[in-house]
Design a binder for this molecule. Structure first.
Ligand SMILES: *Cc1c(COP(=O)(O)O)cnc(C)c1O
Length: 366
């Protein structure tokens, strides 16, 4: 044994020759792990790579946070987030027992995956789409059925059909395209499935329609929402799902007991209570989105019509080189490369000034 000596240090580095990877199940050891978009700390980047909201959260969020800091931090948070769920349910016209809160919607997606998908099980998701779905399935040692989008971002619903499917993920609006299936089409997909369908509405706040109304007649639909995009709270970590109360009751057993802290729950509740603020920032982002799309088009890019707070630009200048050139000039966008699809740039909608700067830099590139 390499025990510490009298001075408390070790004589040699502990166990450098031990293969600790062996300790892990092979499906974990061989995983690459999810790689989030770059989050430079400090620096002067115009940051248009991870779809954060360019505007601060509602002032009511700050007031709620201060109140929580003053009164609540000594105590555990409510494990089932009653106040938050009441507020979210009222806003969506649902009952509180149809809501489950999570540490970001990524946590909600993790809870769903752990609950429905076991080792060797099959689950489906479209591609190109949110990359986390495949990581969550790899963690379960599950199998993925990947359904490709057509070149114009359509899905053939029949392509999802597979015997024994345990779960289907659908980002709607989708990332990186910003496109969305109409609720009627999502309803058709739900009806064709004998398993839960997760409708990931992380960008739902920017879309013309959403799928909350499907919950009434489709007990296999689970809608997930995030506070990171529409509500400007990416730093806080809060998301939730809405589903049939029987599904929520089961999922409650899978989540960590205190998966949302008191600060996040208070911030989320206050944010939901300020719908005027959401409407105002959303309107600004939607207006800037149009300006970004037309600016990119005039530079020769193919830009997909977006229902989200980003646009997808392919064609035009080569994506990899453009990404690098922008980065060298302190403008950070997201370069996305999906197997079998042309590379493209996913560009978050920033402020008007940030988007003007991006377009100016692009115009000036050699
Ligand atoms: C950003 C994003 C999420 C994660 O949101 P968090 O609430 O920050 O965890 C989930 N799904 C999609 C499609 C996203 O783009």
């Amino acid at each position: 044994m390499n025990t510490p000596n009298e001075s408390g240090t070790r004589d040699r580095p502990a166990g450098v020759d031990v293969d600790v990877d062996r300790y892990f199940p092979p499906h974990v050891a061989r995983m690459e792990g999810y790689v989030p978009g770059e989050q430079p700390q400090g620096g002067t980047f115009i940051k248009l790579n991870t779809n954060e909201n360019p505007y601060p959260p509602s002032p009511r969020v700050k007031a709620a946070l201060i109140e929580t800091v003053n009164d609540r931090l000594r105590l555990y948070p409510d494990p089932i987030a009653r106040e938050f769920r009441k507020t979210a349910a009222a806003l969506l016209g649902l009952e509180p027992d149809m809501i489950l809160a999570g540490n970001g919607s990524d946590d909600v997606l993790t809870i769903i995956t752990r609950a429905f998908v076991g080792r060797g099980d099959l689950a489906a998701y479209p591609t190109p789409s949110y990359l986390l779905y495949s990581t969550l399935l790899e963690l379960q040692d599950a199998r993925a059925h990947v359904v490709p989008f057509s070149a114009d971002w359509k899905l053939k619903l029949d392509d999802f059909q597979r015997p024994g499917l345990k779960l289907v993920y659908l980002a709607n609006p989708n990332s990186p395209s910003g496109t969305a299936l109409a609720p009627a089409e999502v309803a058709e997909l739900a009806e064709s499935l004998d398993c839960p369908l997760v409708v990931d509405e992380a960008y739902g706040d920017f879309a013309a329609e959403n799928c909350v109304s499907l919950l009434k007649d489709h007990p296999n639909v689970i809608v997930t929402r995030s506070f990171s995009k529409g509500y400007s709270l990416a730093g806080v970590r809060l998301g939730y799902l809405a589903a049939d109360p029987r599904i929520v009751a089961q999922l409650n057993k899978v989540k960590d007991s205190y998966n949302c802290d008191a600060l996040a729950l208070a911030a989320g509740k206050a944010a939901l209570e300020d719908q005027d603020y959401l409407a105002e920032t959303r309107a600004r982002i939607v207006a800037t989105r149009a300006r970004l799309a037309s600016g990119m088009r005039s530079l020769g890019f193919d830009v997909t019509d977006s229902q989200a707070n980003f646009v997808w630009a392919a064609g035009g200048r080569p994506a990899v080189e453009t990404f690098q050139q922008l980065k060298e000039r302190n403008v950070l966008v997201r370069l996305m490369r999906y197997e079998g699809f042309p590379a493209g740039l996913r560009i978050s909608v920033g402020t008007d000034a940030e988007i003007d700067r991006l377009l100016e830099v692009l115009r000036g590139l050699p």
